[in-house]
Ligand binder design. Structure first.
Ligand code: NDP
Length: 319
């Protein structure tokens, strides 16, 4: 059976995707959204994107008392659906961008589409050291809000020096007996306010100039990590029941390799000041094309741009 032809299809359901959906729906473009689904190899990847694994969001304008990430995304979704967005909770398995209308194949639904808005976001990076894969979900995690509860009253490690690492450590400090942040340099990249909160927390310790080289354990889970001090060269073993990796993110772009132009760092290339990709009719917004700002509010802003760009582009084509 031939797939239905849509005007706008959105892949991804974080702030960028839902904002694109709200604007496209209110412009009567009857958008269809593929939210993405739980990925077996990475349980942290859920519909709603990275905010689903965030605790309090204190910097989203309009929420002076803070809002949890999942609640914020629930509100985005309700607003998108109120104006008629059709939401498919599933992964897209293939796209064909070689001719229009483009083909978007989901796990159960497929469609052809005049325009495509890519809002697939980014996901956590891993250390890529021996033992990391083996102990994933048995000690090694990239999501304190997902897995922190398994480490009640235990000692855990957090790797990284950015806001994510501080946020993970602060969250874990409420559950665990001790949290040690291992950072490869002597100064933190995190914002001043997050740094201060972590540095002042009596349950959080810092170990500087240190990298994880290997994760050790047995059939029951991880037990310790081998670390190296980059200044002294000293190698030692640190016992811990949990290791939370918080070292940044990579864009989710597997579907589009060989089909779109990318920046040297792996993010999708968009025309400056717009969401146009190099393929006419395909637009990209949010973290999948932004390695610099990576905020919910900037993702939402570019989602709005993508819907407006798609609408105007269709008008220019006489559609
Ligand atoms: P960042 O890129 O800001 O920080 C990554 C950290 O991990 C850096 O300290 C980096 O070290 C370290 N790192 C990277 N690779 C490795 C590695 N292989 N081994 C060891 N350490 C490594 O990422 P974040 O996810 O922390 O933050 C991303 C963006 O999201 C930022 O703009 C941040 O402000 C924002 N954010 C905001 C939050 C909030 O406001 N509540 C919460 C979370 C994120 P080095 O410093 O040496 O490069």
């Amino acid at each position: 059976m031939a797939e239905p032809i849509k005007k706008v299809t959105i892949i991804g359901s974080g702030p960028a995707g839902y904002t694109a959906a709200i604007y496209a729906a209110r412009a009567n473009l009857e958008p269809v959204m593929f939210t993405g689904g739980p990925a077996v190899e990475d349980p942290a990847r859920v519909p709603g994107g990275q905010l689903m694994i965030t605790t309090d969001v204190e910097n989203y304008p309009g929420f002076p008392e803070a809002v949890t990430g999942p609640e914020l995304m629930d509100r985005f979704q309700k607003q998108a659906e109120r104006f008629g967005t059709v939401v498919h909770v599933e992964n897209v398995v293939e796209v064909d961008l070689s001719s229009r209308p483009f083909l978007v194949k989901g796990e159960t639904h497929s469609c052809r589409t005049q325009t495509l808005i890519i809002a697939t976001g980014a996901s956590a990076k891993w250390l890529d050291v021996p033992g990391e894969d083996r102990f994933k979900n048995r000690g090694v995690s990239a999501c304190a809000t997902c897995d922190g509860a398994f480490f009640k009253n235990q000692e855990v490690l957090v790797v990284g020096g950015g806001d994510t690492a501080m946020e993970e450590a602060l969250y874990l400090s409420k559950i665990c007996s001790k949290v040690t942040i291992l950072h490869r340099r002597e100064s933190l990249r995190a914002s001043k306010i997050m740094q201060e909160r972590a540095l002042q927390n009596p349950r959080i310790d810092f170990v500087w100039n240190t990298v994880v080289e290997e994760v050790h354990g047995d059939e029951r889970g991880m037990k310790a990590v081998r670390v190296k001090n980059l200044k002294s060269g000293e190698v030692s073993s640190v016992e811990a029941g949990g290791l939370f990796v918080a070292i940044g993110h990579s864009p989710t772009t597997d579907l589009f390799h060989g089909k779109l132009e990318f920046q040297a760092n792996g993010y999708i290339r968009t025309k400056p000041g717009s969401t146009y990709t190099n393929v006419p009719g395909v637009f990209a917004c949010g973290d999948v094309q932004d390695h610099y700002y990576r905020q919910a509010i900037t993702a939402a802003g570019t989602g709005c741009m993508a819907a407006i760009d798609a609408e105007r582009w269709m008008l220019e084509q006489g559609e």
